[in-house]
Write a protein of this length. Sequence first.
Length: 249
Amino acid sequence: MDITGNTVFIPGATSGIGLALAVALRERGNTVVVGGRRTELLDRIATEHPGIETVRIDTADPASIEAAAKDVLARFPAVNVLITMAGIMRVEDWHRPESFLESAESTVTTNVLGPIRLIAAFVEHFQTLPNATIMTVSSGLAFTPLKITPSYNATKAAIHMLSESLRLQLADTAVEVVELEPPAVQTDLIPGHAENEQAMPLDEYVAEVMGLIETQPGAREIQVERVKFLRYGEARGDYDQVVAAVNAH
């Protein structure tokens, strides 16, 4: 993926990593369109970040994805980068199904079906372009589980394997598939996490990601140094110790 000159659509970018990445990409000379459910947040972004375009989208709703994709393709026909940022993370207790089942189903809908439907909405258009990028968003927890978020871990593992598979299928096209693998980052993905001193500061994370995109334009996985502890535990042979460390607090 080139660092500049793109038209980028980022559903799920009204806060956290998505918004910070949208701002950074806009500063690098890209046209950026952010999507989200809450129109008041979209309006605020348009006011506070002139030049960033917005579209309403609920990635848990197939009809909303279809409508938003048509809107984006009509208004921004040069769109050539999709970053499937939208996701939810919920604490679950699997001892009792009534305490986790609804949460698990919502997590799968947003974190797995959402990206699948988004990719389906853009992949034919992308294949008509000389270059295009689908950037999926998994997590370090795709490779090392956090005990309290089983469904989130599972959905991010699914996104990792989906990314691997799509890359193979689309190898005969000009569409790149790049997987962004964040570690714990100081955002409001779960309540209180933005103040978690063990998580990576958001601005530091996005700055390192932008540096990796610039210096490794052909990378298949965008991995900041901090996520490699989670990503490669099994390969290093210290997986059990990594799991224990992640779940020690």
